[in-house]
Design a protein. Structure first.
Length: 245
């Protein structure tokens, strides 16, 4: 699984799943570019990783701003000389029942979760083609099975799965692999906001009877990013304790 000599960019990596992915890739030897909109948390994470001896570049960027994404990719390539792995992880929820869902909450979720991944993919394509690299998109089981109260989120993640498959088909001849991971319910700030009764109801539907950890997701991303997955592209791998089967 060694990623020695590789350069990885992980969006939304100041905390949560993105942070765990960045750490896992660094543990395998990758030099890692951390990026997020939360500057303080981003720098704190970068310092934490550097103190462990990992080679890290941290750059604030909003995935919805094309100019910022371009600067981010350019910074990664000029600092480390190449880009081999892109992980589109930045994402948000703005849950509500359809009748109450505000148009701006629909737009924002689609903009960050889907358009953000499109922009990062597009801007990173040239260096990724040069290095015959790979992309891992962080989708969600909700993009596969839907969920009441998450129409915007579900649509964004289903869209991300479509983006994954189309990009995989378009780029396979250039040697670039593109896959998605679909996490189930993972214990992060995002899901800590859920009320206790909702969390208990969710747990009843998980065959492995526990919430996942960010590390559970990071392990599968690490596999997909490495040579062990050299013959895997266009796939969506659930990491969900068996929720979707
Ligand atoms: P989180 O809220 O802890 O972390 C998300 C990170 O993305 C934050 O650091 C945030 O500042 C950053 N971010 C938000 N908007 C951004 C933007 N416009 N540009 C750049 N960065 C931005 O959430 P968590 O749980 O770590 O989620 C990470 C990914 O995993 C998301 O795409 C989420 O949809 C997905 N996911 C999470 C699940 C869970 O149960 N926690 C389940 C399935 C998928």
């Amino acid at each position: 699984m060694s990623l020695e000599g590789k350069v990885a960019l992980v969006t939304g990596s100041a905390r949560g799943i993105g942070k765990a992915i960045a750490l896992r890739l660094a543990q395998e030897g990758a030099r890692v570019v951390l990026s997020d909109v939360m500057e303080d948390a981003l720098q704190a994470t970068a310092e934490e990783f550097r103190s462990k001896g990992y080679t890290i570049l941290a750059k604030k960027a909003n995935v919805t701003e094309a100019a910022e994404v371009t600067e981010l990719v350019d910074a990664a390539v000029s600092e480390f000389g190449s880009l081999d792995i892109l992980v589109n992880n930045a994402g948000i929820t703005r849950d509500n029942l359809l009748l109450r869902m505000k148009e701006e909450d629909w737009d924002l979720v689609l903009k960050i979760n889907l358009k953000g991944a499109f922009l990062c993919t597009k801007m990173a394509l040239r260096p990724l083609m040069k290095s015959a690299g790979c992309i891992v998109n962080i989708a969600s089981v909700i993009g596969i099975m839907g969920n009441a109260g998450q129409a915007n989120y579900s649509a964004s993640k289903a869209g991300l799965i479509g983006l994954t498959k189309s990009t995989a088909k378009e780029l396979s001849s250039r040697g670039v692999r593109v896959n998605a991971v679909a996490p189930g319910y993972i214990d992060t700030e995002m899901t800590r906001a859920l009320p206790d009764n909702v969390r208990e109801a969710i747990l009843k539907n998980i065959p492995l009877a526990r919430m996942g950890t960010p590390e559970d997701v990071a392990n599968v991303v690490c596999f997909l990013a490495g040579d062990a997955a050299a013959y895997v592209t266009g796939q969506v791998i659930p990491v969900d304790g068996g929720m979707v089967m």
